[in-house]
Design a protein around this ligand. Structure first.
Ligand SMILES: *Cc1c(COP(=O)(O)O)cnc(C)c1O
Length: 360
């Protein structure tokens, strides 16, 4: 059985080199006589893995020492609660920008903890555009400003870092971390669930500026408290998801080998431009997102004749494509072009789309 052309939105494809190395190490990892899944995390080899993983991430994102790197659990949605629990402090509210499904969910969860405010929303345009900065209503006294850099379901992406000065900047980068160069020092906190660009599900990355620690609500569960996770000696609070952490370490090593974030950004730009160029020229497929805000990672598109959808999905499956069905909240088709997806998969997709268009 051949490997599929994997356009899944998350969990998503891993680099082949990562799969092969993980497979090789399953019997005997690092001379331990067991796999990484079967040993205690107190073993030196695992300590070393944690250390290297953080060092590689710091190198890739140029993270300075005044930021803490935390490897947590609970996914990105866990962060929707942990961010308010840890960052509200004495403040009564925080600002949320609404650009798609994930920022809606972050806002809804945040509202369970405080009277959060919506800065602006792209909902009336079905998130095919992002309200311009001139229309944002930022509060004076917000604990933080939250946004989602790349909306995985609606296929839009911020063209550049949000320049908000009104409050510490918090960003969900679950679906585009490692795909573009940015200045971490503009942020108070960024987070990303690993299963899109950093590995597999089970581990969640949080990078937080250390001066924001120490403000958690007293009822914050210990396991959700950033300050407890940021222990100076790197003590772990619970059994970590060891295999997920291992895969992330392999993905980061792979990313470095590719030439780092700048090289991955370049590759993502090429893949998405090629696909958008084809879709824009086609008379069967269309993408409604304002070109200024189109995601370079999650390309959403539809068929002019939507009755052809079941046939399209069936033919795509037969031709070896995986994960092209759009999210239930938006429908249509979605091709996720994460860094691990090879450019040849995009070429194969375009050939398939052309062929389907010819027969339709
Ligand atoms: C996938 C995704 C989430 C949800 O992540 P979970 O790990 O399933 O909680 C949140 N935000 C964004 C931007 C995502 O792409």
């Amino acid at each position: 059985m051949q490997r599929a052309y994997n356009f899944s939105s998350g969990p998503s494809c891993l680099p082949m080199a990562v799969i092969e190395e993980a497979q090789q190490s399953l019997r005997n990892w690092q001379g331990c006589g067991a796999s990484v899944m079967e040993i205690t995390y107190h073993e030196d080899a695992f300590r070393e893995l944690m250390h290297t993983c953080e060092a590689d991430l710091r190198a890739l994102l140029h993270i300075p020492p005044e930021y803490k790197v935390l490897f947590m659990q609970g996914g990105a949605r866990g962060q929707f609660s942990m961010v308010p629990l840890n960052l509200l402090g004495q403040k009564k509210s925080a600002d949320y920008l609404q650009t798609g499904l994930w920022s809606e969910m972050a806002f809804a969860e945040g509202k369970r903890y405080a009277d959060m405010r919506q800065v602006a929303t792209g909902a009336p345009q079905h998130y095919t555009s992002i309200p311009p900065v001139s229309e944002w209503r930022c509060s004076e006294d917000a604990a933080y400003f939250h946004y989602v850099d790349n909306e995985t379901v609606h296929g839009n992406e911020m063209p550049s870092i949000v320049g908000v000065q009104s409050a510490p900047l918090v960003c969900d980068m679950s679906s585009n971390l490692l795909t573009r160069v940015f200045d971490i020092q503009k942020f108070a906190l960024i987070y990303a669930a690993a299963q899109k660009t950093l590995g597999i599900s089970g581990i969640t990355l949080v990078v937080i500026k250390a001066d924001l620690l120490g403000k958690a609500h007293p009822m914050t569960p210990m396991i959700c408290n950033y300050t407890r996770h940021a222990h100076p000696k790197g003590l772990l609070l619970q059994t970590p998801p060891t295999f997920a952490w291992y895969i992330t370490s392999l993905v980061l090593a792979w990313a470095k080998k590719q030439g780092g974030v700048a090289a991955l950004e370049d590759a993502c730009g090429q893949k998405s431009q090629k696909l958008y160029r084809y879709l824009d020229a086609s008379s069967l497929y269309y993408n409604r997102v304002d070109p200024k805000y189109r995601s370079r990672i999650n390309v959403v598109f539809r068929l002019q004749d939507h009755t052809l959808m079941p046939l399209f999905l069936e033919k795509a499956k037969q031709a070896g494509f995986l994960g092209l069905k759009g999210h239930a909240a938006s429908g249509g088709i979605r091709a996720s072009l994460y860094p691990a997806l090879s450019p040849s998969a995009v070429d194969a997709l375009i050939d398939f789309l052309k062929d389907f268009e010819k027969r339709a």
